[in-house]
Design a protein around this ligand. Structure first.
Ligand SMILES: [Zn+2]
Length: 118
């Protein structure tokens, strides 16, 4: 009998600056930095460098350490075009549910803000 695959789930420690294995930019594979996501479930994560290069986003100004940049329509924002801050709820090897943009708990958001930009 085939053993069912056990998805490895990891609780993210929002009080730390550590990131789950696999929390990496899908272009340069850098880890332990601030990442953005385009989908709530897929792990298509991008670092600030590759958001810019992807060109899908509107031209972005200088992104600050806290992940925000100035947008002349919305003011300071952490959204980049259709990318949102990638804040995982529980990290799962198969599928990682990220917090919906408007539902990110404060401690989880602060964890993301503390991650280095580059
Ligand atoms: Zn990258």
């Amino acid at each position: 009998m085939k053993t069912p695959a056990v998805a490895r789930q990891v609780q993210v420690d929002y009080s730390s600056t550590s990131t789950p294995d696999g929390y990496r930019c899908c272009v340069c594979h850098r880890a332990r930095i601030k990442l953005w996501r385009i989908s709530q479930l897929k792990k298509e994560l991008c670092c600030v460098r590759h958001l810019t290069i992807a060109g899908r986003a509107a031209r972005i100004g200088r992104v600050r350490q806290d992940g925000k940049h100035y947008n002349f329509i919305t003011g300071f924002t952490d959204r980049v075009g259709s990318y949102f801050p990638a804040v995982p709820d529980v990290w799962d090897d198969e599928e990682t549910p990220f917090w919906r943009y408007n539902d990110i708990p404060q401690d989880a958001y602060e964890w993301w803000q503390r991650l280095p930009l580059r």
